[in-house]
Design a protein around this ligand. Structure first.
Ligand SMILES: Nc1ncnc2c1ncn2[C@@H]1O[C@H](COP(=O)(O)OP(=O)(O)OP(=O)(O)O)[C@@H](O)[C@H]1O
Ligand SMILES: [Mg+2]
Length: 282
């Protein structure tokens, strides 16, 4: 088992107030083979949830076990090793770039983890290659490339720590539509090659519909749903979940209603077109 939440409750503590952001969440995540989409209304606890996965936040009640480490713990825990195993890509990760060259920026994480000197540059280059950053850019400033490239460099910085599980908080937010598609295709390619489990927080149901193998829906700090896409989008309580259907499913529903085309769960418009071409003449 990669990650296990047992009855996790968490409160943000302010000066005079407390806010319960997670409420008795149970969760199990394997370290290989899954792309898990995490969705839910704004403020539902998605970012809070994933920040428990690498010890950035710790439960007030309940426990989170990540590989062999359980938090909170009475013993002193090496949070560094936890952070290496679960790579967390924050929202707008490019804000955290800071080194003078792209290569140095990606080498920063592995250096901090005291990886072997000769391995650090090699791993950094492999990570940049995986995110599609060309070797000709290695010595450039990370502040002189496009927003989409900056985000890729930031993701490479997390990949360079060689995590077992990769968590991305709204990875496509703020990118143009082409940049969003390219970034997702790139992440998917990394998943296919490594089988690394990825958790992706997103409000974009088209994106999650297309790539997620499992969906988690959060609502008011509770895990409302955890299961397959097909189950989610046919769930009788779907309308209470504050979610949208993927465009492809909306179109299939419409075609079913208007021209009695047999409904099928399809998760991309390309698949809808192929299906239409095969069935429209009948
Ligand atoms: N540092 C903080 N201090 C106090 N309350 C917080 C803090 N961070 C988040 N919260 C509150 O906890 C709740 C859950 O926040 P969280 O950021 O996990 O939601 P989210 O699902 O990621 O939302 P979004 O889709 O807007 O990113 C929200 O009501 C938020 O206002
Ligand atoms: Mg969030």
């Amino acid at each position: 088992m990669g990650i296990q939440f047992k009855e996790v409750t968490f409160r943000y503590k302010g000066f005079k107030t407390e806010y319960q952001a997670l409420d008795q969440v149970n969760l199990e995540i394997a370290s290989k083979g899954e792309i898990i989409g995490i969705c839910g209304h704004t403020g539902s606890g998605k970012s809070t949830l994933v920040q428990h996965m690498n010890g950035l936040l710790q439960a007030d009640l309940g426990t989170v076990t990540v590989f062999d480490i359980t938090l909170p713990s009475k013993k002193k825990v090496k949070l560094n090793s936890l952070r290496r195993r679960v790579g967390l890509v924050f929202q707008f990760p490019e804000y955290q770039l800071f080194e003078e060259t792209i290569l140095k920026d990606v080498m920063f994480g592995p250096k901090n983890l005291k990886m072997k000197e000769e391995d650090i540059e090699k791993i950094a280059k492999e990570s940049l290659n995986a995110v599609g950053i060309d070797a000709s850019l290695y010595d450039q400033s990370p502040f002189r490339i496009s927003g989409g490239q900056m985000r890729r460099v930031a993701i490479a910085g997390v990949l360079a720590m060689q995590p077992d599980i990769l968590v991305l908080d709204e990875p496509t937010r703020g990118l143009d539509p082409v940049g969003q598609k390219e970034l997702m295709a790139m992440l998917y390619q990394i998943h296919v090659e490594t089988q690394m489990t990825m958790l992706i927080i997103s409000h974009d149901m088209d994106l999650l519909g297309q790539y997620a193998t499992r969906m988690i829906v959060m609502k008011e700090g509770k895990k409302l749903f955890d299961g397959s896409k097909d189950l989610l989008f046919t769930h009788p309580d779907f309308s209470d979940m504050n979610l949208d259907y993927p465009t492809s499913i909306k179109v299939m529903k419409y075609l079913n209603k208007e021209i009695s085309l047999p409904f099928k769960m399809l998760y991309s418009m390309e698949d809808v077109l192929t299906y239409l071409e095969a069935n429209a003449h009948e």
